[in-house]
Design a protein around this ligand. Structure first.
Ligand code: NAG
Ligand code: NAG
Ligand code: NAG
Length: 627
């Protein structure tokens, strides 16, 4: 019993209570993600799409792909014989476009996923407002594969579907970007979320999935709560018994507080097993455990209680009930008396403040819509769509934080999408370095920061180390060679790009011939003096002059070893220097003298206007000293 009507409608409540079988007819707010057609030009723009309630929507992220519409099996109600939606490496992911009808939404998505699709767009088969594609509840076969659906899916309008099909039949390439970044509001550094659940653990696949989720997710939930990153509140749906039936056997066995708060019979059979009434009481106990622990500043204990209760007090072992529950409460050092006091008397003919509040909260407020599917997760007051699975939910919660305020859990390994494992996720890579990063927002191609050196580039085809220290990393991808203990490199620390050192030529790139030695001898660029013998070396050359001459590399010339020219040179230099010194001193003296006399006369003239003459000398001296 996981689908229910609006609590305000008595006739519906009646059906729920007495017939205990409700079709999934309820309307609720359809959570949408933006769908952008990026090509062809004629369809470019944003379109509506409704997020499917299974699979893993990429909350906080985007996904781009090209659309493929199968020519046979277009409703995807049968398995595809080949990997026809699998994208080849280097190509963008393929979104399968399939038609609504003939089988469950989840079946279509499952078959498309198996054929390699990265996402599924289901085209509606009639013109209507979009609905949320939910998973089938009663089909045990379907529940087997629903848990294995890992791709996102969206329902699109018939009109959009028709346009896409037309474009494809015209042999146009249809590209689409699905964008979940604004699917949840992300106003601040704390995410408020609610989990609408039930203490009933015997309701088939959906209950099992819920139990599984609570167990897996508990640790993360507690960590986020303890870190102050989230404020979590559990909720439980209740119905009420229509006035006319309060005295009926059905209402008596399914309700407390004189028909005010009811739950359907877990076995859907009044004569066997547990009654709805017991479920309401356990729901209330869980609410009270939350209230008591929340009041003492440890709201995360609710997760411990609920998991322990599921494990220790399951219905199938006939342990579900107050005795077992209270043992669990005690084992967690929660105040049993406070919980009992909070629960009050189930036979009282009056409102219970907590259950009343739960009933009121069920009705949609603002953007949220009524809570009609159990279990339901509400994040920042929006209904979460997709699989109840630890990493999918965490991804959604993480997308609810204000940009750049994600708690560590959002960046941890558990969230890695591992898209980088295959072909570096299509990002730039070189040796051990890659621009691919798995984040909860999906894989991003971002040039890495390695040992304090930032790489820059587009992240897809090109990343290059920039700035100081860049040569320490893979030698800046430049040529480098070591011969006889001498290393030559084309990398320059302060500069981007590679440049061959002196004596080498080439593009400087990390290839064998990135830089090649220049043979100065055969090029006849150096050592061209008569009688010289030239020997090329690695990165240079050796030049020997003939006879008694000495080779001067700077001038590429030979000079006599009798050092006369050099002595003469010294002498000339000395004379020139002495001459220059004399000239300099002379010029300074003249300059000082002229400046002083000019200042003296100026100052004298000014001072004379203000001061008696006997103070004139002092002022003159003081001013002159400063020059
Ligand atoms: C779903 O996945 C589980 C575990 O990976 C596997 O054992 C099971 O066979 C899968 N179910 C289907 C229908 O493929
Ligand atoms: C839990 O405690 C917080 C802070 O003390 C409070 O704001 C919140 O309303 C409480 N929730 C419930 C359901 O009592
Ligand atoms: C440079 O090239 C050599 C040989 O081709 C290769 O082993 C090395 O990994 C390359 N270095 C970088 C940083 O690409």
């Amino acid at each position: 019993m996981w689908t229910m009507g609006r609590c305000g409608c008595r006739a519906v409540a009646m059906v729920v209570l007495l017939l205990l079988a409700v079709p999934a007819w309820s309307t609720f707010v359809v959570e949408e993600s933006a769908l952008m057609v990026t090509s062809p030009e004629s369809l470019k723009g944003k379109h509506q799409s409704a997020i499917g309630n299974f699979g893993v929507p990429q909350y906080g992220g985007t996904l781009s792909g090209t659309v493929s519409y199968p020519s046979v099996n277009s409703k995807a109600c049968e398995a595809f014989p080949t990997d026809q939606f699998k994208s080849v490496p280097g190509q963008r992911p393929v979104f399968a476009l399939v038609d609504r009808g003939d089988c469950y939404f989840a079946t279509k998505v499952w078959y498309a996923q198996q054929a390699g699709a990265a996402a599924v767009l289901v085209a509606d088969n009639k013109q209507e407002k979009l609905i949320t594609m939910d998973s089938p509840e009663e089909d045990p076969a379907a529940s087997q594969f629903i848990q294995n659906i890992t791709i996102p899916s969206a329902l699109i309008t018939k009109d959009l579907g028709d346009s896409l099909k037309k474009a494809l039949s015209d042999k146009e390439m249809v590209s689409i970007k699905l964008d979940w970044r604004e699917s949840l509001p992300h106003p601040d550094k704390r995410v408020e979320y609610e989990f609408w659940t039930n203490s009933n653990d015997e309701c088939g696949p959906k209950c099992d999935a819920q139990v599984e989720f609570v167990r897996n997710y508990k640790g993360v939930a507690q960590m986020l709560e303890q870190g102050g990153y989230t404020q979590f509140t559990p909720h439980y749906i209740t119905w009420y018994c229509p006035q006319a039936f309060i005295e009926s056997k059905q209402c008596k066995s399914q309700c407390i507080n004189n028909g005010r708060y009811c739950a359907p019979d877990p076995e859907q059979d009044f004569s066997v097993g547990y009654d709805g009434k017991q479920v309401v009481i356990e729901n209330l106990r869980q609410l009270c455990v939350f209230k008591v622990t929340n009041d003492t500043g440890k709201p995360w204990k609710w997760w411990d209680f609920v998991t322990d209760f599921q494990i220790r007090c399951p219905m199938k072992e006939k342990k579900y009930g107050p005795e077992c529950a209270e043992e669990v409460i005690k084992s967690l050092s929660i105040d049993v008396g406070a919980v009992q006091k909070c629960m009050g008397d189930p036979n009282a003919d009056q409102d219970h403040p907590i259950l009343k509040h739960e009933q009121d909260a069920q009705v949609g407020q603002g953007d949220r819509g009524d809570v009609t599917i159990l279990p339901t997760l509400i994040i920042n007051n929006r209904q979460y769509r997709g699989k109840l699975d630890k990493s999918a939910v965490l991804k959604a919660i993480c997308s609810g934080f204000e940009e750049a305020s994600d708690p560590p859990a959002c960046l941890s390994d558990t969230l890695q999408t591992n898209e980088c494992l295959e072909n570096n996720g299509g990002c730039w890579s070189s040796g051990d370095l890659t621009a691919c990063q798995d984040t909860f927002r999906g894989r991003v191609c971002q040039c890495p920061l390695v040992k304090g050196v930032q790489f820059e580039g587009d992240g897809y085809t090109h990343c290059e180390a920039k700035g100081p220290g860049r040569c320490k990393i893979g030698n800046g991808e430049c040529w480098q060679e070591n011969r006889d203990g001498v290393t030559k490199s084309a990398c320059q620390d302060d500069n981007a790009g590679c440049k061959c050192p002196v004596g080498f030529e080439g593009d400087g790139k990390n290839t064998t011939n990135g830089c090649v030695d220049i043979n100065e001898c055969t090029r006849r660029t150096k050592c061209q003096c008569p009688d010289c013998t030239c020997t090329n070396t690695w990165g240079g050359y050796d030049c020997q002059c003939g006879g008694d001459l000495l080779y001067i590399g700077e001038h590429d010339t030979c000079i006599s070893k009798q050092s006369q020219p050099s002595k003469l040179g010294w002498f000339v230099t000395l004379i020139v220097l002495a001459g220059l010194a004399v000239l300099g001193v002379g010029a300074y003296v003249v300059y000082k003298y002229r400046l002083r006399s000019y200042m003296d006369s100026e100052i004298r003239a000014i001072m004379a206007q203000y001061m008696p003459l006997d103070s004139q000398n002092e002022s003159q001296n003081h001013m002159a000293d400063e020059i």
